[in-house]
Every structure is written in C-alpha cells, then in structure tokens.
Design a binder for this molecule. Structure first.
Ligand code: GLU
Length: 475
C-alpha cells in the first residue's frame, strides 16, 4: 500500500460539529494505524463564511480531544501552508490547464441572466441548472470583465466510483451541472480546490460525511481530466437524532465545545464518536485512543445513519471516569473546588470522597454536586425523607447515638456501625430507625454511599455537631 496520508479539511466557521470530530478522528486513526501522516487543511474559499480566530480554536479543541496534526496550516510542510486562500495561484494554474485541454471554459453570464434562467426553470418544473450558454463560445474575457470558469461535464453517459463504505456508486451526467470551478471573486470552488489539494498533498484516503456524496462525481471527473489517480474515498453515514432526523442544534448540543463545557471527558467523547458509524465486530464498547488506533478499519464502517444517543454518551462518561485513577480524578476535581470557592480540603480527604463516590457520578463535577455534604454542613433537609423517616421519637434517638459516638476512640466505619447497632439494641428498635434519619441529619439527603464510611470521613466532631443541628431544626 502507498503511504497513508489522510486529511481533515474543515471550513473554519466557528465551532467544531461532532460530525467533524468523527471525520477527523477516523482520519487520525487511519493515519496512526498505518504510521502515516495526518494533515490539517483549512478550506476557506468561501470568504463570506470566515470567522476570526476559528483556526486556532479548532486546533485547540482537536488537541484537547487528543487529535494532533502532523502537517497543517501552522507547522507547514512540503506543500504548506495548507490554507486554501493562500494557494489561489495554484488553483488558477490548474483551471487554465483544464481550459487549454478543452475541459473547462470561461462563462460571462451575468447574475441577472442566471437568476432569470433559474426562475424560468422553476416555473416549468425543471431542476435549476446552467444552460451551458457559454460552453462553446470560446470566450477570452478581459481581466476586469466579470467571469467565472466552468467545468465541461459530458451531456450523456454516467460515471461510477467505488466508495470504501458504500461500494460502487453511479451518477448520470444528466444530473450534473457545468460546475463553476473559479468564482467571479477569483476564489476556487470547493470542487476544484479539494481535488487539486488532495492530489498535491498526496492524500491516500478521503474520508468525509455522506452529505458530500453528490459532489464526488464532479471530483472523479476532474481526476480523469487531469489524468490523476483517484484516492480511496469513503463517505461516512449521517449522524441522526434519536427520531432519525439529521442531528441538529434544535434537538440538543452539536458542537464539541458544548460537550466539553458540560464536563464530558475527552476519552468518553472520542469513544462515543468512534462508535457512530464504526464497530469493532464484537461486543466491546469501551476503547482508549490507542485501542481505537489498533482496531479501526474502514471495512467495519456501516452505511446506515448513526443515532446520537446522549444517554449512551453519559454512560460512556461514567465508564471512563471509573477507568481513571483516583489521583487523576483528584487533579480534575481540585480546580473546580477552587473555582467554586468551597474552601480548603486535604488531598487525603478528597481522595476518600472520590473513592466513595466514584461509582455514583456521571461527571467530575458530580464529586461535588452529588455530595455537597462533604464540603459544607447541610442547612436544609430533604422533605420527602423527613416525612418518611423523621418521627417525634427520632430526635431523642439520634441524640442518644451522638452521645455514644463521643465515647468511640477510633472513629472508623466498623466502630461506628458497632456503636449504632448497640444503640438500636438498647433502644429496642431496628437499626434502620436510626440509620435513615441519621443519614438525613448528616447529609441533608436520603441517598449516598455507605453511611458508616461517610460518617468516618466526616469525622466525629462534624457528625455530632450535624446531629445536634438537625435535632434542633427538625425536632
Ligand atoms: N470543507 C469541507 C467541510 O467543511 C470538506 C469536505 C471534504 O472533506 O472533502 O467539511
């Protein structure tokens, strides 16, 4: 096999869509798997859609996700810089070659004429298309005369290409317009620029979303006109909402930045996105980037739309949190504690919170949000738990238990449990009559990890003080 060179070729319009992340990821996996090269190329030929700072943001987001480029607009390379707006001379040279070889022509039709043509076609229920008015006029417009360069598409016949995921795909030329290659502003269209660049950058595999599939026949024709070998082309299935409509902002978040801000781990997002269209051929679901590199193949990419299931993504996040070491989680938790101004806690204390809560969180911030009582005394108490577990006798029962706690020398989970059971026995009640209201008293809520371990971590003084406060408040 030739050297694998893949490229991610976004138009930098602001944020990175999760579909773009998937494309970039598959490109990256393929390049890494075959020790090839992964190129970033900025496709900014539509100057009306440019956003300041977008390229830098994009590179940062990709870096966050663990996807770095080997060649690109910043590092440069043998053909760099890979920014299409800086390569206009190259596209003009190739457009001229097409004109000379009889595969393209100048067109000076005015916007007005094209607009009228379009209206007439729509009125007669014809698909809007250029009527090829200038095709055989052999025009040589002066530089200041408005013009475009169009590609001569055969009027008859069809064109077939082999897609690595969809197999052979045939398009009839009848449905292909004489596509503009160079626009009146001197910029190339996507079609010319993408083919020229993929050739010059020696791209071996072109991977892109299925929404581009109708462009591909024009690209194949250009490859033929230039006498170039067509790279391997793969169109990835659409990403769909659970109702099978195309993933859209209206139904939820669509950008990598959104998911990052929500607290998803890069490992979870990458793992999740990898499985949107690819499967390992067995029941494995959890993959590290390294495992994805080893296992990925275009052959295992599916044709049908991939559902973006947020529940699944949340589950992935939980799984990847559990795969992290407690120390790694601590490093992620500490900045949030500082940001929220929660106070000072020793690493040892926070590691104990992490160990107790690890199986009960979806996001790192849940190490705080799901157990605020580890960081501050509760000042309110869950009403439903109160109604259920707090009776007129509860105050006295808990006070007696608090009294007993004073005498515990080594305030650990085992000793606390023994004390609690002894207290229940003495009061001739079941232990649960103390356990449930005790949890409410020390945490303000009715659910959490092992109560005896929670009490051990909070420490004797805090436990007794919280019981006192709850009894005074709840009666
Ligand atoms: N510039 C196109 C995009 O924004 C690239 C399509 C392709 O990969 O050919 O997705």
């Amino acid at each position: 096999m030739n050297k694998v060179r893949t490229r991610f070729a976004p138009s930098p319009t602001g944020f990175v869509h999760v579909g773009s992340l998937r494309t970039a990821l598959y490109d990256y996996l393929l390049a890494k798997k075959f020790h090839g090269t992964f190129v970033l190329r900025i496709e900014d030929t539509d100057q009306t859609r440019q956003v300041e700072g977008a390229v830098k943001d994009l590179i940062n987001v990709m870096h966050w996700a663990g996807i770095d480029f080997d060649e690109g607009p910043i590092k440069g390379g043998p053909y760099g810089p890979y920014v299409q707006s800086e390569r206009l001379d190259i596209y003009h040279k190739y457009a001229q070659q097409l004109i000379q070889d009889g595969h393209a022509y100048y067109c000076t039709c005015s916007q007005e004429r094209l607009e009228q043509l379009r209206e007439r076609q729509i009125a007669s229920k014809l698909p809007p298309a250029y009527d090829r008015h200038c095709r055989n006029l052999n025009l040589q417009p002066k530089p200041d005369e408005p013009h475009v360069i169009r590609m001569k598409v055969p009027m008859e016949g069809d064109i077939t290409f082999n897609d690595a995921i969809h197999g052979n795909i045939t398009f009839s030329f009848r449905n292909v317009d004489d596509q503009v290659l160079i626009k009146s502003d001197g910029f190339p269209t996507y079609h010319l620029a993408v083919v020229v660049d993929d050739q010059l950058m020696q791209i071996s595999h072109v991977i892109r979303g299925e929404e581009w599939i109708s462009s591909t026949p024009k690209h194949i024709l250009l490859y033929q006109y230039f006498g170039w070998q067509v790279p391997i082309i793969a169109h990835l299935p659409l990403i769909l909402n659970p109702d099978r409509s195309k993933l859209s902002k209206r139904q939820g978040d669509v950008t990598v930045e959104d998911y990052r801000a929500k607290g998803y781990l890069k490992e979870a997002l990458i793992n999740f996105v990898a499985l949107l269209g690819w499967n390992p051929g067995d029941t494995r679901e959890l993959f590290s980037m390294q495992e994805l590199i080893e296992n990925f193949s275009l052959e295992r990419c599916g044709k049908s739309g991939a559902i973006f299931n947020t529940e699944k993504l949340r589950w992935m996040n939980e799984q990847h949190i559990r795969l992290k070491t407690d120390q790694e989680l601590l490093d992620m938790l500490k900045p949030i504690i500082v940001e929220r101004n929660l106070g000072q806690f020793s690493d040892q204390y926070l590691l104990a919170v992490i160990a107790l809560m690890k199986e009960r969180v979806t996001f790192v911030k849940d190490f705080i949000d799901n157990c605020a009582y580890f960081y501050q005394d509760p000042t309110s108490f869950d009403q439903a738990a109160r109604d259920k577990n707090w009776t007129p006798e509860t105050g006295a029962r808990l006070s007696a238990f608090a009294e007993r706690c004073q005498g515990i020398k080594q305030f650990d989970a085992t000793a606390i449990e023994q004390a609690l059971r002894a207290e229940a026995e003495q009061q001739k009640i079941s232990a649960s009559r103390i356990i449930h209201p005790l949890r409410l008293a020390v945490s303000g809520v009715s659910v959490g990890p092992s109560l005896f371990h929670v009490l051990e971590l909070l420490g004797k003084d805090t436990v007794i003080q919280r019981i006192t406060y709850a009894v005074a408040t709840l009666g």
